[in-house]
Design a binder for this molecule. Sequence first.
Ligand code: NDP
Ligand code: GDR
Length: 354
Amino acid sequence: MTQTKRALITGITGQDGSYLAELLLEKDYEVHGIIRRTSTFNTDRIDHIYVDPHSDEARLFLHYGDLNDGTMLRRILEQVKPDEVYNLGAQSHVRVSFDSPEYTVDTVAMGALRLMEAIRDYQQRTDAEVRFYQAGSSEMYGKVQEIPQKETTPFYPRSPYACAKVYAHWQTVNYRESYNMFACNGILFNHESPRRGETFVTRKITRAVARIVAGRQQSLYLGNLDSKRDWGYAKDYVRAMWLMLQQDEPGDYVVATGETHTIKEFLDIAFNYVNLDWNDYVKFDPRYLRPAEVDILIGDPTHTKAKLGWEPSINFEGLVKLMVDADLEAIGLAPMSKQDDAATVRQAIAGVMS
Ligand code: NDP
Ligand code: GDR
Protein backbone atom coordinates (compact mmCIF):
# COMPACT_ATOMS: atom_id res chain seq x y z
CA MET A 1 0.00 0.00 0.00
CA THR A 2 1.33 3.46 -0.89
CA GLN A 3 1.47 6.02 1.89
CA THR A 4 -0.61 9.18 1.61
CA LYS A 5 1.57 12.13 0.67
CA ARG A 6 1.25 15.36 2.63
CA ALA A 7 1.62 18.76 0.99
CA LEU A 8 1.83 22.18 2.60
CA ILE A 9 0.80 25.21 0.51
CA THR A 10 1.42 28.85 1.35
CA GLY A 11 -0.98 31.14 -0.52
CA ILE A 12 -3.71 28.46 -0.64
CA THR A 13 -6.46 31.12 -0.71
CA GLY A 14 -4.99 32.62 -3.92
CA GLN A 15 -5.69 31.74 -7.53
CA ASP A 16 -2.92 29.16 -7.89
CA GLY A 17 -3.19 27.82 -4.35
CA SER A 18 -6.83 26.89 -4.92
CA TYR A 19 -6.15 25.06 -8.20
CA LEU A 20 -3.12 23.31 -6.74
CA ALA A 21 -5.10 22.17 -3.69
CA GLU A 22 -7.75 20.73 -6.02
CA LEU A 23 -5.14 18.91 -8.07
CA LEU A 24 -3.40 17.42 -5.02
CA LEU A 25 -6.69 16.27 -3.49
CA GLU A 26 -7.50 14.54 -6.80
CA LYS A 27 -4.15 12.80 -6.44
CA ASP A 28 -5.09 11.63 -2.95
CA TYR A 29 -2.74 13.92 -1.05
CA GLU A 30 -3.48 15.21 2.41
CA VAL A 31 -3.36 18.96 1.82
CA HIS A 32 -2.45 21.59 4.39
CA GLY A 33 -2.72 25.28 3.68
CA ILE A 34 -1.51 28.36 5.50
CA ILE A 35 -4.12 31.10 5.73
CA ARG A 36 -3.91 34.57 7.22
CA ARG A 37 -6.29 35.62 9.93
CA THR A 38 -8.84 38.03 8.46
CA SER A 39 -11.82 39.74 10.05
CA THR A 40 -14.18 38.11 7.55
CA PHE A 41 -13.76 34.84 5.66
CA ASN A 42 -11.52 35.05 2.57
CA THR A 43 -11.58 31.40 1.61
CA ASP A 44 -14.03 31.73 -1.32
CA ARG A 45 -11.68 30.03 -3.78
CA ILE A 46 -11.35 26.90 -1.64
CA ASP A 47 -14.75 26.70 0.05
CA HIS A 48 -15.93 24.09 -2.49
CA ILE A 49 -13.18 21.64 -1.47
CA TYR A 50 -13.28 22.31 2.26
CA VAL A 51 -14.75 19.63 4.50
CA ASP A 52 -15.26 20.08 8.25
CA PRO A 53 -12.00 18.83 9.80
CA HIS A 54 -13.99 16.85 12.38
CA SER A 55 -15.20 14.60 9.57
CA ASP A 56 -13.33 11.40 8.63
CA GLU A 57 -13.59 12.59 5.02
CA ALA A 58 -11.46 15.67 5.65
CA ARG A 59 -8.22 15.79 3.69
CA LEU A 60 -7.79 19.56 3.51
CA PHE A 61 -6.59 21.32 6.66
CA LEU A 62 -6.01 25.02 7.19
CA HIS A 63 -3.53 26.61 9.60
CA TYR A 64 -3.21 30.24 10.58
CA GLY A 65 0.19 31.59 9.66
CA ASP A 66 2.05 34.24 7.75
CA LEU A 67 5.22 34.30 5.66
CA ASN A 68 6.28 37.26 7.78
CA ASP A 69 6.20 35.14 10.93
CA GLY A 70 8.99 32.56 11.00
CA THR A 71 7.94 31.06 14.34
CA MET A 72 4.55 30.11 12.96
CA LEU A 73 6.08 28.64 9.81
CA ARG A 74 8.35 26.41 11.93
CA ARG A 75 5.50 25.33 14.16
CA ILE A 76 3.26 24.45 11.20
CA LEU A 77 6.07 22.50 9.52
CA GLU A 78 6.66 20.44 12.69
CA GLN A 79 2.96 19.77 12.99
CA VAL A 80 2.24 18.88 9.35
CA LYS A 81 5.45 16.99 8.53
CA PRO A 82 4.97 17.57 4.81
CA ASP A 83 6.57 15.64 1.95
CA GLU A 84 6.17 18.64 -0.35
CA VAL A 85 6.00 22.40 0.32
CA TYR A 86 4.70 24.80 -2.32
CA ASN A 87 5.56 28.43 -1.59
CA LEU A 88 2.86 30.38 -3.44
CA GLY A 89 2.19 33.07 -0.85
CA ALA A 90 3.07 36.61 -1.96
CA GLN A 91 2.01 40.21 -2.26
CA SER A 92 1.75 39.42 -5.94
CA HIS A 93 0.65 42.73 -7.49
CA VAL A 94 3.49 44.42 -9.39
CA ARG A 95 1.94 47.93 -9.32
CA VAL A 96 1.19 47.67 -5.59
CA SER A 97 4.80 46.63 -4.92
CA PHE A 98 5.92 50.14 -5.95
CA ASP A 99 3.63 51.61 -3.27
CA SER A 100 4.48 49.03 -0.65
CA PRO A 101 8.03 47.85 -1.37
CA GLU A 102 9.09 46.97 2.18
CA TYR A 103 6.08 44.78 2.85
CA THR A 104 6.34 43.15 -0.58
CA VAL A 105 10.02 42.32 -0.13
CA ASP A 106 9.48 41.06 3.40
CA THR A 107 6.78 38.65 2.24
CA VAL A 108 8.21 37.59 -1.10
CA ALA A 109 11.95 37.51 -0.44
CA MET A 110 12.29 37.10 3.34
CA GLY A 111 9.18 34.93 3.47
CA ALA A 112 10.75 32.42 1.10
CA LEU A 113 13.97 32.51 3.13
CA ARG A 114 12.12 31.95 6.42
CA LEU A 115 10.34 28.97 4.93
CA MET A 116 13.52 27.44 3.51
CA GLU A 117 15.35 27.92 6.82
CA ALA A 118 12.51 26.18 8.63
CA ILE A 119 12.66 23.28 6.15
CA ARG A 120 16.45 23.06 6.41
CA ASP A 121 16.32 22.70 10.21
CA TYR A 122 13.41 20.27 10.07
CA GLN A 123 15.22 18.09 7.51
CA GLN A 124 18.45 18.08 9.49
CA ARG A 125 16.70 17.16 12.71
CA THR A 126 14.40 14.45 11.33
CA ASP A 127 16.27 13.21 8.25
CA ALA A 128 12.97 13.44 6.35
CA GLU A 129 13.11 14.78 2.80
CA VAL A 130 10.91 17.79 2.11
CA ARG A 131 10.58 18.80 -1.54
CA PHE A 132 10.24 22.55 -2.06
CA TYR A 133 8.63 24.56 -4.86
CA GLN A 134 9.32 28.29 -5.20
CA ALA A 135 6.82 30.36 -7.22
CA GLY A 136 9.14 32.33 -9.45
CA SER A 137 7.94 34.79 -12.05
CA SER A 138 8.62 35.96 -15.58
CA GLU A 139 8.72 39.46 -14.04
CA MET A 140 12.29 38.52 -13.03
CA TYR A 141 13.27 38.93 -16.72
CA GLY A 142 11.97 42.52 -16.69
CA LYS A 143 13.85 44.63 -19.20
CA VAL A 144 14.43 42.68 -22.39
CA GLN A 145 17.72 40.78 -22.50
CA GLU A 146 16.68 38.00 -24.84
CA ILE A 147 13.53 36.87 -26.66
CA PRO A 148 12.02 34.39 -26.02
CA GLN A 149 13.02 34.10 -22.37
CA LYS A 150 14.29 30.74 -21.17
CA GLU A 151 15.91 29.23 -18.06
CA THR A 152 19.34 30.68 -19.00
CA THR A 153 18.15 34.22 -19.85
CA PRO A 154 19.65 36.76 -17.41
CA PHE A 155 17.28 38.50 -15.00
CA TYR A 156 16.75 42.28 -15.06
CA PRO A 157 13.95 42.93 -12.55
CA ARG A 158 11.98 46.20 -12.89
CA SER A 159 9.89 46.38 -9.69
CA PRO A 160 10.25 45.74 -5.95
CA TYR A 161 8.16 42.60 -6.51
CA ALA A 162 10.45 41.32 -9.25
CA CYS A 163 13.61 42.10 -7.23
CA ALA A 164 12.19 40.13 -4.33
CA LYS A 165 11.38 37.19 -6.62
CA VAL A 166 14.95 37.21 -7.96
CA TYR A 167 16.22 37.01 -4.36
CA ALA A 168 13.91 34.08 -3.61
CA HIS A 169 14.97 32.39 -6.85
CA TRP A 170 18.67 32.52 -6.03
CA GLN A 171 18.12 31.47 -2.41
CA THR A 172 16.27 28.43 -3.74
CA VAL A 173 19.24 27.59 -5.96
CA ASN A 174 21.53 28.12 -2.96
CA TYR A 175 19.56 25.86 -0.64
CA ARG A 176 19.64 23.19 -3.32
CA GLU A 177 23.38 23.46 -3.75
CA SER A 178 24.39 24.14 -0.12
CA TYR A 179 22.11 21.78 1.77
CA ASN A 180 21.26 19.22 -0.87
CA MET A 181 17.61 20.24 -0.69
CA PHE A 182 15.17 19.09 -3.36
CA ALA A 183 14.28 22.69 -4.23
CA CYS A 184 12.77 23.77 -7.57
CA ASN A 185 12.12 27.15 -9.11
CA GLY A 186 9.17 27.50 -11.43
CA ILE A 187 9.58 30.57 -13.63
CA LEU A 188 5.94 31.02 -14.50
CA PHE A 189 4.70 33.48 -17.07
CA ASN A 190 1.33 35.20 -16.51
CA HIS A 191 -1.44 32.72 -15.95
CA GLU A 192 -5.07 33.57 -15.58
CA SER A 193 -8.46 32.03 -14.87
CA PRO A 194 -11.91 32.91 -13.61
CA ARG A 195 -10.31 32.87 -10.15
CA ARG A 196 -7.74 35.55 -11.05
CA GLY A 197 -7.72 38.51 -8.63
CA GLU A 198 -10.00 41.30 -9.85
CA THR A 199 -7.24 43.92 -10.05
CA PHE A 200 -5.01 42.09 -12.55
CA VAL A 201 -5.59 43.37 -16.06
CA THR A 202 -7.15 40.24 -17.58
CA ARG A 203 -9.77 39.72 -14.90
CA LYS A 204 -10.35 43.46 -14.65
CA ILE A 205 -11.26 43.38 -18.34
CA THR A 206 -13.42 40.25 -18.36
CA ARG A 207 -15.26 41.33 -15.21
CA ALA A 208 -15.88 44.76 -16.75
CA VAL A 209 -17.21 43.16 -19.94
CA ALA A 210 -19.79 41.24 -17.92
CA ARG A 211 -20.70 44.28 -15.85
CA ILE A 212 -21.06 46.43 -18.98
CA VAL A 213 -23.32 43.80 -20.54
CA ALA A 214 -25.36 43.78 -17.32
CA GLY A 215 -25.57 47.57 -17.32
CA ARG A 216 -23.69 47.88 -14.06
CA GLN A 217 -20.63 49.67 -15.44
CA GLN A 218 -20.19 52.24 -18.21
CA SER A 219 -16.41 52.67 -18.45
CA LEU A 220 -13.24 50.71 -17.87
CA TYR A 221 -10.17 52.65 -16.75
CA LEU A 222 -6.83 51.11 -17.72
CA GLY A 223 -3.16 52.08 -17.98
CA ASN A 224 -0.63 50.93 -20.58
CA LEU A 225 -2.33 48.93 -23.34
CA ASP A 226 0.81 48.24 -25.38
CA SER A 227 2.72 45.88 -23.09
CA LYS A 228 2.86 42.27 -24.23
CA ARG A 229 2.36 39.24 -22.05
CA ASP A 230 2.54 35.47 -22.48
CA TRP A 231 -0.79 34.46 -20.94
CA GLY A 232 -1.64 30.88 -20.03
CA TYR A 233 -4.28 29.08 -17.99
CA ALA A 234 -3.65 28.74 -14.23
CA LYS A 235 -5.05 25.23 -14.05
CA ASP A 236 -2.39 24.06 -16.52
CA TYR A 237 0.37 25.86 -14.65
CA VAL A 238 -0.24 24.25 -11.25
CA ARG A 239 0.13 20.88 -12.98
CA ALA A 240 3.63 21.92 -13.97
CA MET A 241 4.43 22.82 -10.34
CA TRP A 242 3.45 19.36 -9.18
CA LEU A 243 5.38 17.66 -12.00
CA MET A 244 8.56 19.52 -11.00
CA LEU A 245 8.47 17.93 -7.54
CA GLN A 246 7.91 14.42 -8.97
CA GLN A 247 11.20 14.32 -10.92
CA ASP A 248 14.32 12.40 -9.87
CA GLU A 249 16.36 15.61 -9.64
CA PRO A 250 15.40 19.16 -8.69
CA GLY A 251 15.65 21.92 -11.30
CA ASP A 252 14.38 25.23 -12.65
CA TYR A 253 11.64 25.42 -15.28
CA VAL A 254 10.07 28.09 -17.50
CA VAL A 255 6.32 27.59 -17.77
CA ALA A 256 4.81 29.56 -20.65
CA THR A 257 2.79 29.20 -23.84
CA GLY A 258 5.41 30.66 -26.20
CA GLU A 259 2.93 33.26 -27.52
CA THR A 260 2.70 36.92 -26.63
CA HIS A 261 -0.18 39.39 -26.97
CA THR A 262 -0.85 43.04 -26.16
CA ILE A 263 -3.51 44.22 -23.73
CA LYS A 264 -5.29 45.61 -26.82
CA GLU A 265 -5.50 42.12 -28.31
CA PHE A 266 -6.99 40.87 -25.04
CA LEU A 267 -9.53 43.69 -25.18
CA ASP A 268 -10.38 42.89 -28.81
CA ILE A 269 -11.25 39.27 -28.08
CA ALA A 270 -13.06 39.97 -24.80
CA PHE A 271 -15.30 42.76 -26.13
CA ASN A 272 -15.85 41.25 -29.60
CA TYR A 273 -17.03 38.07 -27.92
CA VAL A 274 -20.06 39.96 -26.61
CA ASN A 275 -20.33 42.05 -29.82
CA LEU A 276 -19.05 45.26 -28.28
CA ASP A 277 -16.19 47.56 -29.30
CA TRP A 278 -13.76 48.26 -26.45
CA ASN A 279 -12.95 51.71 -27.88
CA ASP A 280 -16.42 52.77 -26.73
CA TYR A 281 -15.72 51.86 -23.10
CA VAL A 282 -12.01 51.92 -22.26
CA LYS A 283 -10.56 55.11 -20.79
CA PHE A 284 -7.05 55.94 -19.72
CA ASP A 285 -6.06 56.50 -16.09
CA PRO A 286 -2.36 57.24 -15.41
CA ARG A 287 -2.81 55.78 -11.93
CA TYR A 288 -2.43 52.34 -13.48
CA LEU A 289 0.94 53.08 -15.08
CA ARG A 290 4.05 51.70 -13.38
CA PRO A 291 7.21 53.74 -12.66
CA ALA A 292 9.03 51.14 -14.77
CA GLU A 293 7.17 48.85 -17.18
CA VAL A 294 8.01 45.39 -18.47
CA ASP A 295 7.34 45.81 -22.18
CA ILE A 296 7.38 42.27 -23.48
CA LEU A 297 7.37 38.79 -22.01
CA ILE A 298 7.40 35.65 -24.08
CA GLY A 299 8.59 32.36 -22.66
CA ASP A 300 10.27 29.40 -24.25
CA PRO A 301 8.86 26.28 -22.54
CA THR A 302 10.92 23.80 -24.62
CA HIS A 303 12.88 22.42 -21.64
CA THR A 304 9.76 22.09 -19.48
CA LYS A 305 7.80 20.32 -22.20
CA ALA A 306 10.64 17.87 -22.87
CA LYS A 307 11.49 17.17 -19.23
CA LEU A 308 8.05 17.19 -17.63
CA GLY A 309 5.92 16.17 -20.60
CA TRP A 310 3.86 19.28 -19.84
CA GLU A 311 1.54 20.89 -22.41
CA PRO A 312 -0.93 23.76 -22.06
CA SER A 313 -4.54 22.71 -22.67
CA ILE A 314 -6.01 25.97 -23.97
CA ASN A 315 -4.96 28.76 -26.36
CA PHE A 316 -5.11 32.52 -25.85
CA GLU A 317 -8.50 33.07 -27.47
CA GLY A 318 -9.99 30.13 -25.58
CA LEU A 319 -8.67 31.51 -22.31
CA VAL A 320 -10.14 34.98 -22.85
CA LYS A 321 -13.52 33.53 -23.79
CA LEU A 322 -13.50 31.14 -20.84
CA MET A 323 -12.92 34.09 -18.50
CA VAL A 324 -15.62 36.25 -20.09
CA ASP A 325 -18.08 33.36 -19.91
CA ALA A 326 -17.30 32.79 -16.23
CA ASP A 327 -17.81 36.47 -15.42
CA LEU A 328 -21.09 36.58 -17.36
CA GLU A 329 -22.27 33.56 -15.41
CA ALA A 330 -21.12 35.04 -12.09
CA ILE A 331 -23.27 38.11 -12.72
CA GLY A 332 -26.31 36.02 -13.58
CA LEU A 333 -26.13 36.15 -17.40
CA ALA A 334 -25.88 33.22 -19.78
CA PRO A 335 -22.31 32.55 -20.96
CA MET A 336 -21.79 33.25 -24.69
CA SER A 337 -20.78 29.62 -25.28
CA LYS A 338 -24.30 28.57 -24.24
CA GLN A 339 -26.11 31.17 -26.32
CA ASP A 340 -27.48 30.37 -29.75
CA ASP A 341 -26.56 33.75 -31.08
CA ALA A 342 -25.11 36.97 -29.80
CA ALA A 343 -28.43 38.74 -30.22
CA THR A 344 -29.35 37.53 -26.75
CA VAL A 345 -26.59 39.67 -25.29
CA ARG A 346 -27.71 42.72 -27.24
CA GLN A 347 -31.19 42.09 -25.92
CA ALA A 348 -29.81 41.77 -22.41
CA ILE A 349 -28.03 45.11 -22.77
CA ALA A 350 -31.11 46.74 -24.24
CA GLY A 351 -33.15 45.30 -21.39
CA VAL A 352 -31.02 46.61 -18.57
CA MET A 353 -30.34 49.96 -20.25
CA SER A 354 -33.99 50.73 -20.88
P1 NDP B 1 -2.62 35.59 -5.56
O1 NDP B 1 -2.34 37.02 -5.34
O2 NDP B 1 -3.93 35.16 -6.15
O3 NDP B 1 -2.50 34.82 -4.16
C1 NDP B 1 -1.50 35.15 -3.26
C2 NDP B 1 -1.65 34.30 -2.01
O4 NDP B 1 -0.61 34.66 -1.09
C3 NDP B 1 -2.99 34.52 -1.26
O5 NDP B 1 -3.40 33.28 -0.74
C4 NDP B 1 -2.59 35.45 -0.14
O6 NDP B 1 -3.40 35.36 0.99
C5 NDP B 1 -1.20 34.90 0.19
N1 NDP B 1 -0.38 35.83 0.95
C6 NDP B 1 -0.18 37.15 0.72
N2 NDP B 1 0.64 37.67 1.67
C7 NDP B 1 0.95 36.65 2.50
C8 NDP B 1 1.72 36.55 3.67
N3 NDP B 1 2.36 37.60 4.19
N4 NDP B 1 1.83 35.36 4.28
C9 NDP B 1 1.18 34.26 3.78
N5 NDP B 1 0.42 34.30 2.67
C10 NDP B 1 0.31 35.48 2.05
O7 NDP B 1 -1.42 34.99 -6.41
P2 NDP B 1 -1.42 33.83 -7.52
O8 NDP B 1 -2.18 32.69 -7.02
O9 NDP B 1 -1.76 34.43 -8.83
O10 NDP B 1 0.13 33.48 -7.59
C11 NDP B 1 0.71 32.49 -6.74
C12 NDP B 1 2.20 32.73 -6.63
O11 NDP B 1 2.79 32.64 -7.92
C13 NDP B 1 2.60 34.09 -6.09
O12 NDP B 1 3.79 33.92 -5.36
C14 NDP B 1 2.87 34.92 -7.33
O13 NDP B 1 3.78 35.95 -7.03
C15 NDP B 1 3.47 33.86 -8.22
N6 NDP B 1 3.31 34.06 -9.64
C16 NDP B 1 2.05 34.26 -10.17
C17 NDP B 1 1.89 34.36 -11.53
C18 NDP B 1 0.54 34.58 -12.14
O14 NDP B 1 0.49 34.94 -13.33
N7 NDP B 1 -0.57 34.34 -11.42
C19 NDP B 1 3.05 34.25 -12.45
C20 NDP B 1 4.30 34.00 -11.78
C21 NDP B 1 4.41 33.91 -10.43
P3 NDP B 1 -4.73 36.28 1.17
O15 NDP B 1 -5.80 35.57 0.40
O16 NDP B 1 -4.91 36.27 2.63
O17 NDP B 1 -4.41 37.62 0.60
P1 GDR C 1 1.67 41.62 -14.28
O1 GDR C 1 0.08 41.52 -14.39
O2 GDR C 1 2.13 42.93 -13.83
O3 GDR C 1 2.20 41.11 -15.59
O4 GDR C 1 1.97 40.59 -13.10
P2 GDR C 1 -1.02 42.66 -14.50
O5 GDR C 1 -2.24 41.98 -14.99
O6 GDR C 1 -1.12 43.45 -13.25
O7 GDR C 1 -0.43 43.63 -15.63
C1 GDR C 1 -0.20 43.18 -16.96
C2 GDR C 1 0.05 44.37 -17.86
O8 GDR C 1 -1.18 45.10 -17.99
C3 GDR C 1 -0.88 46.49 -17.89
N1 GDR C 1 -2.07 47.21 -17.45
C4 GDR C 1 -2.71 47.06 -16.28
N2 GDR C 1 -2.48 46.24 -15.24
C5 GDR C 1 -3.33 46.29 -14.18
N3 GDR C 1 -3.14 45.46 -13.15
N4 GDR C 1 -4.38 47.16 -14.13
C6 GDR C 1 -4.65 48.01 -15.15
O9 GDR C 1 -5.60 48.79 -15.09
C7 GDR C 1 -3.78 47.97 -16.29
N5 GDR C 1 -3.75 48.62 -17.47
C8 GDR C 1 -2.73 48.17 -18.17
C9 GDR C 1 0.27 46.54 -16.89
O10 GDR C 1 0.94 47.79 -16.98
C10 GDR C 1 1.10 45.37 -17.35
O11 GDR C 1 1.93 45.73 -18.40
C11 GDR C 1 1.30 39.35 -13.00
C12 GDR C 1 1.20 39.00 -11.51
O12 GDR C 1 0.40 37.86 -11.37
C13 GDR C 1 2.56 38.72 -10.93
O13 GDR C 1 2.41 38.23 -9.59
C14 GDR C 1 3.25 37.65 -11.78
O14 GDR C 1 4.52 37.39 -11.26
C15 GDR C 1 3.34 38.11 -13.22
O15 GDR C 1 2.01 38.35 -13.69
C16 GDR C 1 3.99 37.08 -14.11
